[in-house]
Design a protein around this ligand. Structure first.
Ligand code: ATP
Ligand code: MG
Length: 553
């Protein structure tokens, strides 16, 4: 389906750049800050950056944007690498902005020597007061005209640790009346006496985003530096710094941040959910993190297909999680092993079935002949779903009812002869008869029934725990609602139920994907133990998105 898709605006730019000979290859980077786990928004950026260099000659770097020593941790670095690989991408170089600290310091010195940067002793409040507004120019700091020598001396002493946090900054000397507020002498270095996860205590001054990002791009000869729309105003500063430093001219391009409804895609907010114990961790299967989706049973293929379908845009919008689930179902349908699991059982006794066990053979996945077959034990006592029986059914009810026939999946046609109730009037057992000639695959009974039910053999049923997930939030866009986004958490996002599974479930591996017939897609959870198997419901079978598409709405 993607062959016919038209090129997006970045592909158009890149093809032009390649055709004109501006570049022989393109180099992109994915630049996460290691201050949290990656989420669906990042997946979109990963698929874009790595996707472009899969399509066109060139490569993609993984660069950790680790210039803020306070929020970053090694745990996050490791998880990010794991998640990018799991999504199916391999980077050319693993790089760290902190590896460039010496070079970035030299760049700053170069600006000072050119008279394009100065040390400012103003406090952040004083600077804010002098900044002006979008309609009024700012005021020059009284430190703006310090000599080059004085600036070099002060900057060296900042580096040497002579000054306290917040007492001085290095600012680019641009124009305090600039129409773009970010060009009004932006701070490019600040003092922060903090331990860094890679450089330790070597530095007590750290470059600001604008002084690090474009310069790192340039050092790596990034041709197309792709970021989200909030960086549009930064582009002017990005270009200014590269021009004044006379370094490799990388170019910045922006696309719209991807947001998904009924969840939040912000590491800061996701961290709050973890810290405040709304979820069990970054990998809670309700989280929109890559690690959460993975534990939930999502496949990398489905996430890549989703990112491909939403493509890239120049305007912010919210993407329907239904599309993600649609891509997921499409893939899971192809690869999942079929199993039968009864959740709310009622016992069926097949009164004319011999007192012995028959082993039925059935396919693991009709979509994939290579997946082989499995055996299903069948005896006179089985479970079906309580919901699949009605004592007084309406017309066109094709499931089980008194005097009515159904097929048991991969087994026989049965007919309900008698309903046995307990003292409270609840159905306790259903007594049925079966048609011996109606065996699936070899049905000579000449009887046609409309309903097919899943079932399990009572004696072999394996009790499993199933975690059913719903949306994490009650509203489409929790971040835009009044008050705190956490007020909109769905209190019923997790329901734990018991299932009775056919015995083949005992061979389940963590990498397996299952379709529990007529129910949904499931996978084994890491909380499983000797005491019992635990499954996550990845997604139900019901497909609202496809229906919407068909209706053309
Ligand atoms: P968050 O707000 O969740 O912390 P971020 O943008 O600060 O996100 P970074 O680690 O700085 O996170 O992002 C790494 C890359 O991923 C950046 O290029 C960023 O633009 C991109 N990215 C982050 N969130 C999204 C999103 N929702 N949609 C598209 N790209 C995103
Ligand atoms: Mg960030």
């Amino acid at each position: 389906m993607s062959e016919e898709k038209s090129r997006n605006f970045l592909e158009e730019i890149i093809e032009e750049d390649l055709n004109s000979g501006k570049y022989k290859q393109i180099i992109t980077r994915f630049p996460p800050e290691p201050n949290g786990y990656l989420h669906l928004g990042h997946a979109s950026s990963i698929c874009l950056n790595f996707g472009l260099t899969k399509k066109y000659p060139g490569y993609t770097n993984l660069r950790f944007d680790d210039t803020n020593p306070v929020t970053e941790e090694v745990e996050y670095v490791d998880s990010i690498k794991d998640d990018v690989r799991w999504l199916g991408f391999e980077w050319k170089h693993e790089l760290y902005a902190s590896d460039y600290f010496d070079q970035l310091y030299d760049f700053a010195v170069r600006l000072i020597k050119k008279g394009l940067a100065y040390v400012d002793d103003s406090t952040s409040d004083e600077m804010a007061a002098m900044k002006g507004t979008p309609t009024e120019p700012g005021k020059n700091s009284k430190y703006r005209d310090r000599s080059v020598d004085e600036n070099l001396d002060l900057f060296a002493r900042m580096k040497a640790g002579e000054f306290e946090d917040g007492t001085r900054t290095l600012r680019a000397k641009i124009d305090m009346a600039h129409i773009n507020m970010l060009m009004r002498d932006p701070v490019i270095y600040r003092i922060k006496h903090a331990h860094h996860h890679r450089t330790g205590d070597k530095w007590c001054i750290y470059p600001m985003y604008d002084m690090a990002h474009g310069q790192s791009d340039s050092i790596e000869n990034i041709t197309h530096s792709i970021c989200t729309l909030e960086f549009v105003p930064h582009r002017e500063l990005y270009d200014w710094l590269i021009e004044k430093l006379e370094i490799y001219p990388s170019h910045q391009y922006e696309f719209a941040r991807r947001n998904i409804n009924f969840t939040v895609t912000s590491k800061r907010k996701l961290l709050q959910l973890v810290n405040d114990k709304y979820v069990t961790g970054w990998d809670d299967p309700r989280m929109p993190t890559i690690t959460g989706l993975r534990r939930r049973g999502y496949t990398p293929e489905s996430i890549r297909e989703f990112c491909d379908r939403i493509g890239i845009a120049k305007r912010e919008n919210i993407v329907d999680v239904g599309l993600l689930e649609f891509c997921l179902r499409e893939h899971l349908n192809k690869i999942s092993l079929r199993r039968m699991v009864v959740f709310n059982p009622v016992k069926v006794i097949i009164t004319n079935f011999p007192n012995e066990k028959e082993l039925l053979e059935t396919e693991n996945n009709p979509e994939d002949p290579g997946s082989g077959t499995r055996q299903l034990p069948f005896t006179r006592e089985i479970y079906i779903e309580r919901d699949d029986f009605m004592e007084n059914p309406p017309k066109k009810y094709f499931r089980l009812a008194p005097g009515q026939m159904v097929r048991l999946k991969s087994a026989y046609i049965i007919k309900c002869e008698e309903v046995i109730k307990d003292n409270s009037g609840k159905v306790a057992e259903l007594h049925c008869t079966y048609l011996p000639e109606s065996k699936s695959g070899n049905d000579t009974s000449g009887t046609h029934v409309k309903g097919t039910l899943h079932w399990v053999n009572v004696a072999d049923a394996v009790k499993i725990e199933v975690r059913e997930y719903d949306r994490l939030f009650r509203v489409e866009d929790p971040s835009s609602e009044e008050g705190d986004f956490k007020d909109y958490i769905n209190p019923d996002s997790l329901k734990v139920v018991t299932g009775f599974a056919e015995p083949a479930i005992k061979n389940a591996r963590f990498s397996d994907r299952f379709q529990f017939l007529r129910k949904g897609y499931y996978c084994l959870d890491k909380d499983s133990s000797e005491e019992g198997m635990i499954f996550n419901r990845t997604v139900t079978l019901k497909d609202d998105w496809a229906k919407q598409v068909k209706k053309g709405s």
